[in-house]
Design a protein around this ligand. Structure first.
Ligand code: NAP
Length: 248
């Protein structure tokens, strides 16, 4: 479905991003796996190559605008252009209520989860215009549409991602660049399982009418369709993939 496309997936050493990178490569895209975790990123590239796909690793911190620019420059140098991007890298951040939330934790979550998406768009869009157009997905969350207690920076950043997605989508809708947001419910990834204990994870299952948490592979299927030409009339949209969470 993605033959002749060049794709960047940030935070693709692990979790949702890794599942997207693997699926994009299996569907024929040449994939730039990017992450701050060099080992995880190189491991994802090896897995893609073992499966017969094409990929390279570029280490980049999404909260650093210079890294955002270098990531795009290296992609264009390696593969000759850029058509698809998934701005996926993100962190959970501290779990504290607003009145006790650490200020440095706030700054870090906003830098990675919101400014990081802006730095991605800032350099991906000019490269896509030069490549004749493209499609970008920003990974938000159900917490980009609804609030929750004890994670104010994450909720604010993800709501910001949804707003930024709409603003940028309007600007480039008539220039062959589609920009959409995806909002996963709770997905079983290291981000989730390494920060929450088993009791909390069980309670989270109860928030999903479908009766379980999601998988990175399920999110990747939506991200495949949305960044493919089959979604050619879709831009500025927010798609939740959440086992019914937001329907309540
Ligand atoms: P994950 O398994 O922790 O994977 C994220 C990857 O991004 C990790 O390899 C991480 O490296 C890397 N990363 C962290 N900070 C980075 C930075 N500044 N620059 C580049 N890479 C960075 O997380 P995930 O659960 O797949 O989450 C992916 C995205 O989905 C995030 O935006 C998250 O907010 C969103 N999301 C997740 C869920 C969920 O339930 N899992 C639900 C809704 C939305 P390190 O391991 O070294 O930190």
């Amino acid at each position: 479905m993605l033959e002749n496309k060049v794709a960047i997936v940030t935070g693709s050493g692990s979790g949702i991003g890794r599942a997207i990178a693997l699926l994009y490569a299996a569907e024929g895209a040449r994939v730039v796996v990017s992450d701050i975790d060099e080992k995880a990123g190189n491991d994802a590239v090896s897995e893609i190559k073992q499966n017969g796909g094409e990929a390279v690793f570029v280490k980049a911190d999404t909260s650093n605008p210079e890294d955002g620019k270098r990531l795009v420059d290296e992609t264009v140098k390696t593969f000759g252009g850029l058509h698809l991007a998934v701005n996926n890298a993100g962190i959970g951040g501290p779990l504290k209520q607003t009145g006790e939330y650490p200020v440095d934790g706030w700054d870090k979550v906003i830098a990675i989860n919101l400014s990081g998406v802006f730095y991605g768009l800032r350099y991906q869009i000019p490269a896509m215009l030069k490549s004749g157009g493209g499609s970008i997905i920003n990974i938000a969350s159900i917490l980009g549409k609804a609030g929750t207690k004890g994670s104010p920076a994450y909720v604010a950043a993800k709501h910001g991602v949804v707003g930024l997605t709409k603003a940028a989508a309007l600007e480039y809708a008539d220039q062959h660049i589609r920009i959409n947001a995806v909002g996963p419910g709770y997905i079983v990834t290291p981000l989730l399982t390494e920060s929450l204990d088993d009791d909390v994870l069980k309670a989270l299952v109860g928030l999903h009418p479908i009766g379980r948490l999601g998988t990175g592979e399920e999110v990747a299927e939506l991200a495949l369709w949305l960044n493919s030409d089959k979604a050619s009339f879709v831009t500025g949209a927010y798609y939740n993939i959440d086992g019914g969470y937001l329907a309540q």
